[in-house]
Design a protein around this ligand. Structure first.
Ligand code: SF4
Length: 537
């Protein structure tokens, strides 16, 4: 093993004139490894700018000779960072980012140099006590193995990714505010808020939901830890085996930091993770997160499926449901609620070979039910032949496939000539005769089950929601918690369809939990579904 300064540092000389030897060294690299010919200054610059991640740290007074040497280094694409007050050259041009940055404190100069030069950090070892990798992604933590859990309807569990300024966060900082696993006993529950801040020269606000959706599979990579759901309906289950190995909640942050750097090197420069377990802190984060989710959802509010000729696939959930294929259009967001058309588009830009591929709509095979030739072709190949075709706007005829991540599941209620939907956060009985968990178990493994469909909360009030079966006015029952959450949007969409105060016409568990119980109430309210064409044809 080689250690010590001499291994890595080549001193060229004590005078500033020696800096020229360092640049000569870079020239040699370009000529030896890049085939650049002597004198071809343009190619020399391009090679060094793109391949040799050097920078100059000017410590102490910068005189004329130093300034000249730094200007020379800039011609190789190498920026200067100084600890003194010298004139800065900030716009991007010859160097990848800034050319000369002044007044950098010593304790920040390494991090700033890495950042200004555009050097990317790669985390090669993920320092957690459990095994880690895609092999553990589909693993379940069942009752007998469970040590503790967060979310899943028992406590609040929320995830939020936000863009941060470079100076605002510290890379690799993982902070836990509140109790950790060591403070719990077997069978306990805990609230959890996972707040991730990401800074990056190329990072855009549009990338936040994409990074947030990665939390699901990355946490599932940890052996003995299971993650379900997303946004403010997440659920983390930790096994006894993981706790025995020494797993703590901070390990979630260690994993997320490392994998975000590894998998999204192009757009990520710094990642800071804060984990909250005090219920008040989690509630505060949840309130903020819900406002963010709303803003994201509304970005596609004015778009229609007819506006675009390309939809996007999402096959992220195939690790749990191998034949499941989400097709995401402007008017049908992903059924987990975490991905809309814009998010899939941005995800494809970041990772052109990833799970979100463009799908040319092609010929419209059925305008009302929402069937497209291009989507069917894609579906056949992406589901490995398990599905031939499905419809975007129907739950009765060949509905889209559903995976276990869906925010809500809608089901037909034939006696009421309508439909109901139930969200993951309602654990009671429903008029379909099944609770959410039973419904998800029955049709959540990637099947297309006529009469049922998984969908996002936001999708309920999108204009194309089950429009092939009569649309939103078919909705006769939903849990009160969901109805109250989207009440304004239900009423607004109802009014567009000619029905005032539509939310007040939808029954909930306080009215009844069977079709027979809610039917007289619907009749009394003169619910529009009762006078529609028969749902079962
Ligand atoms: Fe993608 Fe659909 Fe899974 Fe959401 S539910 S992550 S849109 S495959």
């Amino acid at each position: 093993m080689q250690v010590g300064w001499n291994t890595r540092i080549v001193p060229f000389g004590p005078d500033i004139s020696s800096a020229v030897f360092a640049l000569g060294f870079a020239n040699r690299a370009a000529m030896a490894f890049g085939g650049v010919q002597p004198g071809d200054y343009r190619k020399m610059l391009m090679y060094n700018k793109n391949r040799i991640f050097a920078f100059v740290n000017a410590l102490g007074d910068v005189g004329t000779e130093w300034a000249v040497a730094a200007a020379g280094a800039v011609n190789w694409g190498f920026p200067t960072l100084a600890d003194t007050d010298i004139p800065e050259i900030l716009p991007t041009g010859i160097c990848t980012y800034e050319h000369v940055v002044a007044n950098v404190p010593h304790d920040e100069i390494c991090q700033r140099s890495v950042e200004v030069r555009g050097l990317k950090i790669n985390v090669t070892e993920i320092d957690i006590p459990c095994s880690f990798g895609p092999a553990f992604e589909g693993e379940r933590v069942r009752g007998a193995d469970l040590y503790c859990q967060m979310g899943g309807g028992k406590t609040q569990c929320t995830e939020l990714v936000k863009k941060a300024e470079m100076s605002e966060i510290e890379d690799a900082k993982v902070e836990l505010v509140g109790k950790d696993i060591g403070d719990l006993k077997e069978g306990d529950t805990l609230a959890l808020g996972i707040y991730i801040q990401i800074a990056g020269r190329e990072f855009q606000d549009d990338f936040e939901p994409i990074m947030e959706r990665q939390i699901h599979h990355l946490i599932n990579y940890i052996q003995g830890v299971m993650h379900i759901g997303q946004r403010d309906i997440s659920w983390v289950r930790v096994s006894k085996a993981a706790v025995d190995k020494g797993f703590t909640l901070k390990d979630l942050g260690v994993v997320l930091h490392a994998k975000f750097h590894q998998d999204f090197q192009k757009i990520v420069d710094k990642v800071q993770v804060t984990l909250y377990t005090n219920p008040e802190d989690v509630d505060k984060l949840t309130e903020r997160a819900r406002a963010e989710y709303k803003t994201r959802d509304e970005r596609v509010d004015t778009m229609t499926d007819e506006d675009v000729d390309t939809f996007y696939s999402c096959t992220l959930c195939q690790s749990f449901a191998p034949s499941h294929v989400c097709a995401v259009s402007p008017e049908r967001t992903g059924l987990c609620g975490a991905y809309n058309w814009m998010d899939c588009k941005a995800s494809f830009e970041i990772n052109p070979t990833g799970p979100n591929q463009p799908i040319k709509k092609g010929k419209v095979l059925d305008e009302v039910l929402g069937r497209f030739e291009g989507v069917d072709e894609f579906l056949k190949s992406a589901s490995k032949g398990a599905h031939e075709s499905y419809n975007f706007y129907s739950m009765v005829n060949a509905p889209m496939t559903t995976c276990g991540c869906c925010e809500c599941i809608a089901a037909m209620l034939p006696t009421c000539n309508g439909v109901m939907t139930v969200g993951r956060d309602y654990s009671g009985e429903t008029p379909s005769g099944m609770k959410f968990t039973t419904l998800a178990g029955v049709m959540g493994g990637g099947a297309s089950s006529p009469g049922f469909v998984g969908h996002s909360k936001f999708n309920i009030t999108q204009k194309k929601f089950i429009v092939g079966d009569g649309g939103l006015l078919r909705m006769v029952w939903m849990p009160k918690i969901l109805k109250d959450e989207i009440r304004d949007r239900l009423n607004a969409r109802g009014e567009e369809l000619g029905v005032k105060n539509f939310a007040d016409m939808i029954a909930d568990e306080t009215v009844g939990i069977t079709e027979d119980e809610i039917m007289p109430w619907l009749q009394e309210k003169n619910h529009p579904a009762l006078s529609m064409d028969s749902l079962i044809g």
